[in-house]
Design a protein around this ligand. Structure first.
Ligand code: NDP
Length: 296
């Protein structure tokens, strides 16, 4: 029997975006978000469309640039430079992955750090690492995950043992930095870690960002722990009919829910938070340009 509280990411994301819409109206700022898509990757098209629609819905100035897959690196860099110079644009998001002939690092480093709403520019990564979160823009998925952790906890994070499984630049590393900033004792595990189940059983907060369906088993979870499942894995679901698939996380949900204190479902947990935090970063960027305090 599942005992864990279910952390409703959809509901928290809706609270975040409602307060953003209210702040846009109250502060008289018009955040501008430019989303750039190169090529015709189907998943990327879905993500980019969702981001643009949400921005428009919140009263942002929302533009999408869709470029053909054969776009040269030079042309893409020129577009980024033009968006850097455009005062109506406060946030620039270049959807990844980019086609292989384009140097992703070069593109990301060309984005003005003040407009880098994905938080991938080394300046923003560095500011987070030196403890200057208030001057940084932070990667959306970890920032959203932290918000869910805070909502789920009935006590301060300081001193708790946190485990992040995964060390990607997009999720694992910034997640670990955020938890460190909250004074957790942070462990970062990865594919070379030894005896992961034993490490996991010590964690008061367990964040899984691996990309392996249901890798984290119920008996890895400490009684009462907060479990944040970032994983989004599409697996075959023959029980739903031939050729059907379903989305599962990196955590075996049923087993883990029987031991955790609170847990995010997949879908409906971390996923909805990512877009909400992108909107929050864009509003933050716009407020900073206008000399207004960061929205809370
Ligand atoms: P990456 O593939 O970049 O990183 C995966 C990490 O998991 C690596 O650090 C890797 O270790 C580690 N790993 C792989 N196998 C194991 C293992 N057996 N034991 C322990 N660690 C392991 O993935 P991302 O960080 O980009 O994404 C992770 C997951 O989160 C994916 O499922 C992705 O779809 C999802 N995601 C969800 C988002 C959302 O909005 N909800 C946003 C972004 C990602 P090593 O470094 O040693 O190779």
């Amino acid at each position: 029997p599942a005992t864990a509280r279910i952390i409703d990411g959809k509901a928290v994301a809706a609270e975040v975006t409602d307060s953003i819409a209210a702040m846009v109206a109250a502060r008289g700022v018009k955040p501008g978000l430019a989303v750039v898509l190169v090529g015709d990757d189907a998943a990327s098209q879905v993500y980019v469309g969702a981001k643009g629609r949400k921005a428009a819905e919140l009263g942002f100035h929302s533009v999408q640039h869709t470029l053909p897959a054969e776009t040269s690196e030079r042309d893409l860099l020129a577009l980024v430079a033009a968006l850097n110079a455009d005062p109506a644009i406060h946030g620039i998001l270049v959807q990844l992955p980019l086609p292989a002939h384009i140097d992703t690092t070069k593109v990301l480093e060309t984005i003005d750090p003040a407009k880098d709403v994905d938080g991938f520019h080394p300046i923003n990564v560095g500011r987070l690492a030196i403890g200057e979160r208030e001057r940084a823009l932070v990667s959306c998925t970890p920032a959203g995950s932290l918000l869910l952790i805070k909502r789920a906890l009935d006590r301060p994070l300081a001193g708790l043992d946190a485990l992040v499984i995964g060390r990607s630049n997009i999720v694992g590393k910034p997640m670990a930095q955020l938890l460190l900033q909250e004074s957790c004792t942070v462990t970062i595990a990865h594919s070379r870690s030894r005896d992961l189940p034993a490490i996991a059983r010590r964690a008061d907060i367990l964040v899984a960002a691996v990309g392996r369906p249901e890798m984290v088993r119920g008996d890895w979870v400490k009684e009462g722990a907060i479990v944040i499942d970032v994983g989004m894995n599409r697996i075959a679901a023959p029980e739903r009919g031939e050729g059907k698939t379903r989305l599962v996380g990196d955590v075996a949900y049923g087993e883990a829910a029987a031991r955790a204190g609170a847990i995010t479902p997949v879908p409906g947990g971390v996923g909805p938070m990512t877009i909400a935090m992108l909107m929050a970063n864009t509003l933050t960027a716009a407020c900073r340009v206008a000399g207004l305090p960061d929205p809370q």
